[in-house]
Design a protein. Structure first.
Length: 277
């Protein structure tokens, strides 16, 4: 029979080396501002043989997935869920979405490069990590609770709804990763998107009203005035989203002034070359 303490030592040594590799990858990313390091560079920084990262993580994508630290993220989601009244399934689904947003925003210099590289390795889809699967499972669990509680129709596929929420979220995440939206826009657009979907699937009138109102309140934070006070306020925008880029009122005004200036210059040029009528 094998000596258990020796087995434990081997396991401890493996975990120690894995931690060294993750720490080295994190250091390289934060030092250079990107995740374009090579595996030899990673092994050298971690002080391990070149084969070791491959043995423990299979690929660079596996290393980056470990840097995302899914266990810590799931603990954070559970903490968020337990810190407020998230007893119903629909509220849990929103909580999970927002906790993930806050997680990435909390350490953008690390998570942006990691996610950017993972999206490149798996273009057009979620980073193929256990992290992504675990988060999808959380959304499914929240929606299953909602079905049991009578908040959504039991004939509705919770798996399909969870995938729909995940896919909408990934589109917003990609825009944040490429810095097409600010942290606050990432928060608000995620909250608005999930609220709109939850309002659409809610079975009870009270739940539909709750998530409809939540969407309106979130929208109001992107407007200059609350449309619940006066429907005309819906036209009082604080900016617009154009091809994934946020333009504030000041940005729009600057563009208008530039166009007016260019138009005036063009008119002067035409007047100088056109014969007088």
């Amino acid at each position: 029979m094998r000596d258990l303490p020796n087995v434990s030592k081997r396991a401890q040594n493996k975990e120690r080396k894995k931690a060294q590799i993750i720490e080295a990858a994190t250091w390289l990313i934060l030092k250079h501002g990107h995740a374009d390091f090579t595996m030899p560079e990673l092994a050298e920084r971690a002080g391990v043989a070149l084969v070791t990262p491959y043995s423990y993580f299979q690929s660079k994508a596996g290393v980056l997935a470990a840097v995302l630290d899914p266990e810590h993220a799931l603990e954070a989601a559970a903490s968020w869920n337990g810190s407020a009244d998230h007893s119903d399934g629909l509220t849990k689904s929103m909580a999970f979405a927002m906790s993930r947003v806050e997680r990435y925003i909390s350490d953008a210099p690390l998570y942006r490069p990691v996610l950017s590289t993972l999206f490149k390795l798996a273009p057009g889809s979620a980073p193929e990590t256990q992290d992504a699967e675990d988060w999808l499972a959380l959304w499914e669990d929240g929606l299953k609770d909602a079905a049991v509680q009578g908040q959504i129709d039991t004939a509705m596929s919770t798996v399909l709804v969870a995938h729909t929420i995940r896919n909408a979220y990934l589109g917003l995440l990609q825009r944040w990763v490429t810095q097409q939206v600010t942290d606050q826009q990432f928060r608000l657009e995620t909250e608005a998107s999930v609220s709109m979907m939850l309002a659409g699937i809610a079975k009870k009138p009270a739940d539909r009203k709750h998530w409809h109102d939540q969407f309106i309140r979130t929208q109001a934070r992107m407007l200059d005035a609350n449309p619940l006070d006066d429907i005309a306020n819906a036209s009082k925008i604080s900016g617009v989203m154009l091809r994934g880029q946020w333009l504030s009122k000041a940005d729009i005004q600057a563009v208008q002034e530039q166009l007016q200036s260019e138009y005036a210059a063009d008119r002067e040029l035409l007047a100088s070359i056109m014969p007088a009528q």
